[in-house]
Design a protein around this ligand. Structure first.
Ligand code: SF4
Length: 458
C-alpha cells in the first residue's frame, strides 16, 4: 500500500474531484500523508487562471528540489492542464509517469499499484468518454453538513476566451438515478446542504447525451424538475447550485426560487461584461438587456435573492464606454460579491486571434474600478443586514472572532459567512441556528444566537 498527497488547483469541481480521488485511494488501502513524505503526488490542475502550465511545471520542480533525498516514486498530473499538454509533461521528470484528463480520472486509483510496481511504466489517459462515467463510490465517510454533487461534465458553449470545452470535453449530463443516489448517500452520511455542480449547471439535460437517453426511454428530467426532486429528499434542508449560464436560465428555473423552500436565495450568475458589444465578441449568447431582465425576474420571485458574479475586464476591444456599462450593470444588479479578472490569452481559445488587445496597465486600472465598486456594494449590502436575523448552518469553530467568548462560523441562506457567538463552549457542527446580526465585516457578518429579546425587537 502506498502513501499519497493531492495538490488541487482551481474551481470547486476540481476540489470535489480531489475529494473523490482521496476517498477512493483510502478505500484501496492507501494512506494520505505529508507532501514531503508521500510516495505518490497527484496534481489536480485547472486551466482557467493565467499561466496554468507554468504553475504545474514550477510545482513539480519545487517538489523535486525539496525532495532530492527522498523523491516521490510517482508524480501524476490530472485535470484540465494534463488534457491540454498531455504526454509533454513526461519530459519534466522520470518520476512524472501519469497524465490523465478529466475523463481519465475515474481510472486513476486502479492504476497506482501497477505504476508503483513498474518504475519505467508511463500512462496517459486523454480520451474523452461519450457519456458521463460513473465513479467508484469509495469509503462511506461522514461528509460534514455541506456536500457537493456533480451533475454533469464538460461544456458545449465555446465562449471565445475559454478552453474548457477542449479540456473537459463536450457536455455530458449525469443520469438522474445516479444523481439521486449520490444525494441520498450524502444525506445519509450527514449532509443537510447540497450544492449541485456543473460547468454550465442549468443546461443539465440539454446535451446530446441526455437527448439520446430520453429517446431510449430513460428518465432524464429538465434542470428545474431535477431541482424539485432533490429539494423534496427527506433530510435535505438546503439546496444550491453553481454555476448557471444566463443564456440557459429558463422561466421554470427562475420560478423555482419562489416555490422550493429548500432552494437557497443565492445565485452565482456569471455576467462577464455589462456591454452587449463585448458580450457578443465573447460569444456569451445573451446581451446586457437579457441579463438585466433575468435579474429583474429573479428579484420579482425572491426580492431578497443574493447575487454574485464573474467579470472579465480588458477583453480585446473593450473601451471606456464598455467598462462604464459593466459598472452600471453591477450597480443595477446589486451584486453581493464578484470574482473579477483581467482578460488574458488561453492558448487554443478563439480570442487569442483578436488583434485589439488591451494594454496590461489599462486592464489593471479598470480592474481596480470594478473591484472598488464591488467592495462598496458589498459593504452597503452587508451593513443593511445589521439588526436583522438569519439562519446559519454551523460548520467549524470561528477563527475570526476577536472578542472574548466562543464562536462558530457557517453560511446563511444567502451564502454569506456568519460568525455566531455562543455563551459557552460547545460542539455545534451541523446545527442550523437562528442568529441575530450585530456587525458587518468587509466580507462577513458577526452575530449572536438569537434570543427572545431579539425577536421582540423585530
Ligand atoms: S460557458 Fe463559456 S466560460 Fe463557461 S465553461 Fe463553457 S465555454 Fe467556458
Amino acid at each position: 500500500m502506498a502513501t499519497f498527497q493531492i495538490l488541487t488547483f482551481g474551481c470547486q469541481m476540481n476540489v470535489n474531484d480531489s475529494d473523490w480521488l482521496a476517498n477512493v485511494l483510502l478505500a484501496h488501502g492507501h494512506h494520505r500523508t505529508d507532501q514531503n513524505a508521500a510516495q505518490c503526488i497527484f496534481l489536480n490542475t485547472c486551466s482557467v487562471r493565467e499561466k496554468p502550465e507554468q504553475k504545474v511545471r514550477s510545482t513539480v520542480q519545487q517538489i523535486l528540489n525539496t525532495r532530492k533525498q527522498n523523491p516521490p516514486e510517482l508524480i501524476a498530473v490530472l485535470g484540465c492542464v494534463a488534457q491540454q499538454l498531455g504526454e509533454d509533461f513526461f519530459a519534466l521528470s522520470p518520476r512524472l509517469r501519469l497524465v490523465a484528463g478529466p475523463d481519465g480520472l475515474p481510472k486513476v486509483p486502479g492504476l497506482v499499484d501497477e505504476l508503483l510496481a513498474e518504475p519505467q511504466l508511463k500512462i496517459s489517459l486523454l480520451d474523452f468518454t461519450k457519456s458521463y462515467e460513473e465513479r467508484e463510490e469509495g469509503l462511506a465517510l461522514p461528509t460534514g453538513p455541506t456536500a457537493y454533487v456533480n451533475i454533469m461534465q464538460g461544456c458545449d458553449n465555446f465562449c471565445t476566451y475559454c478552453i474548457v470545452p477542449f479540456t473537459r470535453g463536450r457536455q455530458k449530463s449525469r443520469s438522474f438515478s445516479a444523481i439521486m443516489a449520490e444525494c441520498r448517500r450524502k444525506i445519509a452520511l450527514g449532509a443537510c446542504e447540497i450544492t449541485l455542480l456543473g460547468q454550465n449547471v442549468n443546461a443539465y439535460g440539454c446535451d446530446r447525451h441526455a437527448q439520446q437517453a430520453r429517446a431510449r426511454g430513460e428518465d432524464f428530467p429538465s434542470f428545474a424538475q431535477l431541482l424539485r426532486e432533490i429539494a423534496a429528499l427527506p433530510g435535505l434542508k438546503r439546496l444550491r447550485y453553481t454555476s448557471p449560464h444566463p443564456k440557459d436560465m429558463r422561466e421554470e428555473d427562475i420560478a423555482a426560487f419562489g416555490c422550493l423552500p429548500a432552494l437557497c436565495p443565492q445565485l452565482h450568475l456569471p455576467l462577464q461584461s455589462g456591454s452587449s458589444r463585448v458580450l457578443a465578441r465573447m460569444g456569451r449568447g445573451y446581451d446586457r438587456e437579457r441579463y438585466a431582465e433575468l435579474v429583474r425576474g429573479l428579484r420579482h420571485v425572491r426580492s431578497d435573492l443574493a447575487l454574485s458574479t464573474d467579470i472579465i475586464v480588458g477583453f480585446p476591444g473593450e473601451n471606456d464606454a464598455d467598462l462604464e456599462a459593466t459598472l452600471s450593470l453591477m450597480e443595477e444588479s446589486q451584486f453581493l460579491s464578484s470574482f473579477s479578472f483581467c482578460y488574458s490569452d488561453r492558448p487554443g481559445a478563439r480570442a487569442v486571434t483578436f488583434l485589439d488587445k488591451i494594454p496590461k496597465d489599462l486592464q489593471h486600472a479598470r480592474l481596480i474600478r470594478v473591484q472598488n465598486l464591488q467592495d462598496e456594494l458589498q459593504k452597503q449590502l452587508l451593513q443593511q443586514r445589521v439588526g436583522t436575523s438569519t439562519e446559519v448552518l454551523l460548520e467549524t469553530p470561528s477563527r475570526r472572532w476577536t472578542r472574548a467568548g466562543y464562536a462558530w462560523q457557517g453560511r446563511d441562506p444567502y451564502g454569506t459567512l456568519v460568525h455566531v457567538a455562543f455563551e459557552q463552549e460547545g460542539e455545534h457542527q451541523g446545527e442550523l441556528v437562528a442568529a441575530h446580526i450585530t456587525e458587518a465585516g468587509s466580507h462577513c457578518l458577526f452575530a449572536h444566537r438569537e434570543t427572545a429579546n431579539d425577536r421582540n425587537d423585530r
